[in-house]
Design a protein around this ligand. Structure first.
Ligand SMILES: Nc1nc2c(c(=O)[nH]1)N[C@H]1C(S)=C(S)[C@@H](COP(=O)(O)OP(=O)(O)OC[C@H]3O[C@@H](n4cnc5c(=O)[nH]c(N)nc54)[C@H](O)[C@@H]3O)O[C@H]1N2
Ligand SMILES: Nc1nc2c(c(=O)[nH]1)N[C@H]1C(S)=C(S)[C@@H](COP(=O)(O)OP(=O)(O)OC[C@H]3O[C@@H](n4cnc5c(=O)[nH]c(N)nc54)[C@H](O)[C@@H]3O)O[C@H]1N2
Ligand code: SF4
Ligand SMILES: [Mo]
Length: 710
């Protein structure tokens, strides 16, 4: 063998030997696709490949975001050391220095402004262990009532609605395996084809099996393409639409009377209210024809099984809770819940959107869906935490309202973990002012996000490749994300960081955890007997069984595949029909000055505020900037050319984005995705109005005017 050939073989061998395989789950959406990153180090370069791994939810599939997720995790801009702001510049620091600064500044604020002046802002993208620990950290280490999280801006209306109607909120009442067997599906304000791409085969199979699919969306999307009937309604009109459908069903006598009698309360009030609902008015409000409404009501009630799925399109409204309850009414009157192939799915968004809302990082909540204002719940949790019940704070305020309090000067310190509120909240001009005013801000992130720019200290966190923990997916299935890639630089796990800060505040003994699993063991106990009961779940079981659907109250319990088979979760076991649309909600209204609806949402290649996906070259290349989707007829009316920079103005602010002609959108509506910052931050336009029940902002309807005069 020649020397050259020998060298070649040696190099090859080295390459093969240095191949490393890391198990994990995608860091993005609620499908939580299981995957492996294959890292191959050669002499001069390293290559990465991501492959899907079989599991009950995603069956080994991946979408483009998952396939390219590692690009941000290994990006050179990832922060690898704590950073402290000195004279307006971030300077690298040791952990000791950073923790010391945080400890002393937090203590100073507590002394000057009181305990509730400190606040915590969490996330639905962290593991259950971290979500649990954030709640405990706020109440026990900081002793503040002010904690909330980005899930408030996400699925809170669906959660509130499910709690009110059914008495419990698990995103999907069934499993995805049942979808292909159902006869009719309503997809309301959900764009699963771009937002949960690996869920699509379940719906495609349903269609192949003959299911009739109805989509409700002001735009034609890859999802509405799947539908047999598309109700292209006006933004914000879903309450009227749901009422119209219910009225037709009841008037035609298409309800399931036995089911209602045995399992549902509130029919009389609903009937009484519907008597006053005028169908002509609903048609005008929704822009949907009587024939289409009738067809929807007819098919949905006549087929023997059916499912309704909702997402942010109908939920991110100032009447979002009512819009969801209005659709849940349809399930209840037609008896399409608690049975095979029938049920409800709130298509949860973030990777741990489901688990993140169960274990105590919400303003009014304790672990296991317990309530912070409930005496028994407080007693139970205070015993687990080893604190006096009287020392647990009460309930705080919602995510956006914390920034209002900051602006008023009552919140003066904040720890933000795994979120970028400066792009994701409504009324960004206020949020920015608030962040400028706050005395002390800590951001825990992978990058210097738009929010972290305003921080006094940034702490480097670990990513989905490094941080082990449990994530509860779109089905309500608890999964174990095994992640073991070594931490880059001095980055630390989120849970470790919370333990470190607690120690700095003299609370070491309440936060002695050495692994995520140890935290999970405490979470199990804390959730025991609660609605979201994880007591029967262990890491070992998750490894062996590939995920378990909660509630799972005993080690011998197999998990719950279908909810409400015998009873709903209200005390009397019955569900509640809702009267919706009776009280007029404070909504964005069109006017001669602001004549168009603006709605906002997502594109396939980017994720949320884009901090991660904008770092990924393969994903960023697909959409390099925001755009305004506009019907060509509308554009002509306002003298806007295709691909032209356009100013969009609302009563709250102004942005500049490029126009993009599309015949697929309603003529009275424009659409802008929210993944970009600066002049393209669409949330500068969104108002501060909130849904009265869920405290959800109205991200999906803003009245705007547009112009090519910049
Ligand atoms: N590619 C990608 N996938 C994601 C995410 C992402 O950022 N990018 N984010 C994840 C997260 S956290 C979430 S919450 C989910 C969100 O998932 P979705 O809720 O499906 O996504 P959106 O694009 O916000 O909105 C869905 C649809 O609602 C429609 N819509 C707008 N206004 C209205 C209205 O008034 N009524 C009705 N009926 N429909 C309306 C929009 O036209 C849009 O097609 O996606 C998750 N998956
Ligand atoms: N106009 C409009 N606004 C919206 C929406 C909309 O449809 N329209 N949707 C809303 C919805 S549904 C959501 S969910 C919110 C989301 O809003 P955000 O929570 O603000 O969005 P992200 O971009 O996910 O921010 C996550 C941050 O955490 C960092 N990060 C990622 N992984 C980790 C980790 O493991 N640990 C730590 N410490 N940091 C990490 C990322 O780098 C990033 O900076 O936006 C809401 N805002
Ligand atoms: S973004 Fe969602 S669908 Fe795509 S790979 Fe990740 S988890 Fe799966
Ligand atoms: Mo979300």
């Amino acid at each position: 063998m020649t020397e050259l050939l020998l060298k070649y073989y040696r190099t090859r061998q080295q390459e093969v030997q240095s191949e490393k395989v890391y198990d994990t789950q995608c860091p993005f959406c609620s499908m939580q696709c299981k995957m492996q990153l294959i890292e191959q180090k050669a002499v001069t370069s390293t290559t990465y490949k991501t492959v899907g791994v079989d599991n009950p939810t995603t069956e080994g599939r991946l979408c483009i975001k998952g396939m390219n997720a590692h690009q941000h995790a290994i990006h050179r801009e990832r922060i690898k050391q704590p950073l402290i702001k000195k004279d307006g510049e971030f300077v690298a620091a040791t952990w000791e220095e950073a923790l010391e600064v945080i400890g002393s500044r937090f203590k100073a604020i507590q002394k000057e402004d009181g305990r509730d002046a400190l606040s915590v802002y969490g996330s639905g993208s962290v593991t259950n262990e971290v979500a649990y620990l954030l709640g405990k950290f706020a109440r026990v280490a900081l002793k503040t009532k002010h904690i909330d999280y980005n899930g408030r801006l996400c699925m809170s209306s669906a959660a509130t609605a499910a709690n009110q109607s059914f008495g419990i909120d698990r995103g999907f009442t069934n499993t995805l395996q049942e979808v292909p067997g159902t006869r009719v599906i309503i997809l309301a304000g959900t764009n699963i084809a771009e937002c949960q791409p690996t869920i699509m085969p379940y719906f495609e199979k349903a269609k192949e099996n003959g299911a009739y699919i109805i989509a409700i969306d002001p735009r034609e999307t890859l999802t509405t393409d799947l539908a047999d009937l598309h109700l292209k309604n006006k933004p914000g009109s879903d309450v009227a639409l749901a009422n119209a459908l219910l009225k037709i069903i009841l008037e035609e006598g298409w309800m399931d009377e036995d089911f209602i009698r045995e399992r549902v309360n509130g029919l009389e009030e609903a009937m009484e209210h519907l008597a006053g609902v005028d169908l002509e008015e609903c048609i005008a409000k929704t822009g949907v024809s009587y024939e289409q409404l009738y067809q929807t009501a007819h098919v949905f009630s006549q087929e023997e099984s059916g499912m309704i799925f909702t997402a942010r399109g109908i939920e991110q409204q100032t009447d979002g809770t009512e819009a969801v309850r209005g659709l849940l009414n349809l399930l209840l009157v037609t008896g399409k819940i608690g049975k095979p192939y029938s049920g409800y799915g709130a298509i949860t968004g973030q990777g741990n959107g489901q688990g993140g809302r169960e274990h105590g990082q919400k303003a009014d909540q304790l672990p296991g869906y317990r309530l912070i204002e409930d005496k028994e719940d407080r007693q139970y949790i205070s015993e687990i935490w080893g604190v006096d019940e009287r020392d647990l704070p009460g309930k705080g305020v919602s995510a956006y309202e914390m920034f209002e309090k900051m602006n008023e000067g009552t919140i003066t310190g904040m720890l933000v973990m795994c979120s970028n509120p400066l792009l994701s909240n409504p009324n960004l001009n206020l949020v920015k002012e608030a962040l400028q005013k706050v005395k002390f801000l800590v951001a825990v992130d992978l990058f210097i996000s738009e929010t972290a720019e305003y921080a006094d200290v940034i702490l480097p966190a670990s990513s989905y490749l490094e941080n082990e923990g449990t994530m509860t997916n779109v089905e309500g299935r608890v999964t174990l994300r095994e992640a073991s890639r070594p931490l880059p630089g001095e980055a630390r796990h989120d849970w470790k960081i919370l333990c470190n800060i607690a120690k700095e505040l003299g609370q070491w003994e309440k936060f002695p955890f050495k692994s995520a699993e140890e935290i999970f063991e405490e979470l199990r106990l804390a959730s025991k007997g609660g609605k979201a009961d994880y007591y029967g779940i262990t890491y070992q079981r998750l490894r062996e069984e590939q995920g378990i659907l909660w509630p799972c109250p005993e080690l011998s319990h197999e998990g719950t595949k279908r909810l409400f088979t015998d009873r709903f979760a209200h005390e009397d076991g019955k569900a509640k029909l809702a009267v919706v649309g009776k009280t007029k909600r404070d909504k964005e209204m069109l006017s001669p000055e602001f004549p168009l609806y603006l709605t906002t949402g997502r594109v396939m290649a980017h994720y949320l505020t884009g901090v991660q996906t904008r770092k990924s070259s393969s994903l960023a290349a697909r959409n390099i900037e925001a755009y305004m989707e506009i019907h060509p007829d509308t554009a002509k009316k306002f003298h806007i050319k295709d691909q032209e920079l356009t100013s969009i103005q609302s009563r709250n602010g102004r942005i500049t984005v490029r126009s993009s002609y599309s015949e697929k959108i309603r003529k009275d509506t424009v659409f802008v995705p929210f993944h970009w910052g600066g002049d393209q931050s669409v949330n500068r336009l969104v108002s501060d109005r909130l849904d009265p029940f869920s405290r959800m902002p109205g991200f999906k309807v803003t009245a705007v005017r547009i112009s090519s005069d910049l």
